[in-house]
Design a protein around this ligand. Sequence first.
Ligand code: FES
Length: 103
Amino acid sequence: MTWFPLEDTAQMQDGYRKVFRLAGHHLLLLHHDGRSHLLDNICPHAGYPMDAGKVIDNHLRCPMHGYLFDLDNGNCLEGYEGPCSGVRVYALEERDGQLGVEL
Ligand code: FES
């Protein structure tokens, strides 16, 4: 496992979004309602990037077909073509003022 710093914690304000490609992962870091979330930026439904998706309450809606994912656990809550697997979410960690992840 390797630690990857992603962003200064001071930058994490509501509306923040940034994508990363790290260690073979396509990641989306976002901040909403006072909380930061890191998840795969590839929708498990059909592989579309999710960084342009709309955040509703604590959920991210994929911009392609509108599937809805829980930002805390990645579960797919709503889909139109039957059940969908969830999106992977990652545990964020703060070290010396940096928010990051171990991959
Ligand atoms: S690619 Fe995301 S809902 Fe279809």
